[in-house]
Design a protein around this ligand. Structure first.
Ligand code: BES
Ligand code: MN
Ligand code: ZN
Length: 497
């Protein structure tokens, strides 16, 4: 994905650009903070005339491009409506800049002077606006352009450079870096998730991790089937035995802080989930190529880490496999022994995510002794029923990690909603034939899945993100969202030294 270059200059008149982007509040009011870039009032006059003639009123999310409106430095003035100043929120600001980014992308603008950073909701600093603009404009370049897309003409954005109407403070500088790195990470996550499962195999995920390692200096280690069978990952290998496509355990390690215990990220990498012998219905089954959304998020977060190089240690462990029915597939009632030694009765082969994650969770503790673990997984359809598509589910065995993740979600508008854990739900996993069953009945399906994972993370601070409802959108705009890369990156940065 092409990269925009960002710079700072508070004085519009001393810049060279072809497009001036201006924030306009309801009733045709140029934001007051724009006075500094409008010394002779040409801009506010233009804006109020457009309002009087009902051409542009500053309604939230509306935009208008005006060509050469006066004899000035820029070819275009691009107006972005923000609605009533006192009603500006994170959500309305985000939709306004998203509308701006998409309109600019479809214009000839090459160099933009962006005055949208002169406004923000009352409780936010300017660096916040800088961060949102850097992320949203960089993200607007995202285009799924795999060769298998055929006739698709990939996006060819003309925008190259953006100058912010702001001082180059350390806060603003790091806001740009964080926003841009997040967008680049999200793009990798989206590319991997959108890619069909005949291309995005466990081996492709492994190659992507190795490639990231070469680019950014991460240590990569890939475990193969024979090794994992030998090690005793009976649960992960049970899911993988139904597929001819070789499974991989993908491990990456980022070292930015010496010998400190790392934070571990574990991502579900089911490159296609048919359900196995407990076969899924046909309708919409194509979307199960997205069942590696957790793995894709972990790799996207690592890309952002490589860009930002925070002072901390982070490891990634990704169990990757297909979940297929076959003559060699696991069957309902089969009992397997996990790497932890606990036995599992597989009552439904479609509850495969937890079966691969439990061995990854044990492996990451044995291998890296992490201070904390965060796993992310498109784990349960029940999560979509409970929460819909706007927030990810969050469960944790420690309230501090839960609170910190909730906060990171609010700060990035990539939100989580906490669900409970507790003994009552854990009891639903009882089996007559093994230490536990892999399903707990229809009631509280997201929580019993969390409870299953909790049995493998008893001795470590752990949080679980169920991203079934947020990793992709269905319907006419079907596609990966890149979530929850923004929130996880934000969380990690708050934990860095
Ligand atoms: N990958 C699915 C969960 C899922 C389904 C995510 C639909 C997004 C959309 C997971 O492996 C699964 O099949 N879970 C089962 C669990 C059940 C058998 C206890 C489910 O949600 O139906
Ligand atoms: Mn499944
Ligand atoms: Zn699945």
């Amino acid at each position: 994905m092409k990269r925009i270059s960002f710079s700072f200059n508070p004085a519009a008149s001393t810049n060279s650009y072809d497009t001036l982007v201006l924030p306009v509040f309801a009733d045709g009011k140029l934001a007051e903070t724009c006075q500094g870039i409008d010394p002779d009032k040409t801009l506010s006059t233009l804006v109020s005339e457009l309002n009087e003639n009902a051409d542009f009123t500053g309604k939230a999310g509306k935009t208008l491009m005006v060509m050469q409106p006066f004899d000035k430095t820029s070819k275009r003035v691009f107006l972005v409506g923000l609605g009533k100043a006192e009603e500006l929120t994170f959500k309305s600001y985000l939709s306004a800049i998203k509308a701006a980014a998409s309109a600019i992308e479809n214009s000839g603008a090459q160099t933009v002077y962006n005055a949208l950073v002169l406004v923000q909701p009352a409780d936010k600093p300017q660096a916040w606006s800088v961060r949102q603009n850097a992320q949203v404009f960089q993200q607007s370049f995202y285009d799924y352009a795999h060769e298998s897309r055929g006739e698709h003409h990939p996006k060819d954005p003309k925008l190259n450079a953006m100058i912010f109407a702001a001082e180059e403070t350390p806060e603003n500088r790091s806001a740009v870096e964080q926003g841009q790195a997040t967008a680049l990470g999200m793009a990798l996550t989206q590319d991997l998730a959108n890619m069909p499962s005949n291309f995005c195999t466990p081996a492709h995920l492994a190659d992507t991790a190795i490639e990231l390692g070469k680019t950014y200096g991460f240590e990569a280690n890939i475990l193969e089937r024979e090794q994992m069978l030998e090690m005793g990952m009976g649960s992960f290998m049970a899911v993988a035995q139904g597929s001819i496509t070789p499974p991989k355990m993908i491990c990456l390690s980022y070292k930015g802080a010496g010998d400190e215990a790392p934070i571990a990220l574990v991502g579900k990498g089911v490159t296609f989930d048919t359900g196995g012998i407990s076969l899924k219905p046909g309708a919409g089954m194509d979307e199960m190529k997205y069942d590696m959304g957790g793995a894709a998020t972990v790799l996207g977060v690592f890309k952002a880490l490589g860009e930002l190089k925070p002072k901390m240690n982070v490891v990634a462990v990704i169990p990757a496999t297909e979940n297929m029915p076959s003559g060699n597939a696991i069957k309902p009632g089969d009992v397997v022994t996990s790497l932890s030694g606990q036995t599992i009765e597989i009552l439904n082969t479609d509850a495969e995510g937890r079966l691969i994650l439990c061995d990854a969770l044990t492996y990451v503790q044995q291998t890296y002794q992490p201070a904390k673990i965060i796993d992310m997984a498109t784990l349960t359809g029940a999560c979509i029923i409970a929460l819909g598509n706007h927030v990810s589910g969050l469960m944790a065995n420690d309230q501090t990690i839960a609170d910190d993740l909730l906060q990171a979600g609010l700060e990035t508008y990539d939100r989580f909603w906490q669900m409970p854990l507790g003994e009552e739900w854990d009891e639903q996993l009882k089996s007559n034939f093994a230490d536990m069953a892999n399903i707990g009945g229809r009631a509280g399906g997201t929580i019993t899945a969390g409870q299953f994972l909790a049995r493998f993370t008893k001795d470590v601070t752990w949080a679980h993100l169920d991203i079934a409802g947020t990793a992709w959108v269905s319907g006419d705009n079907k596609g990966a969202t890149g979530r929850p890369v923004p929130a996880v990156v934000q969380y990690l940065l708050t934990q860095a030294g």
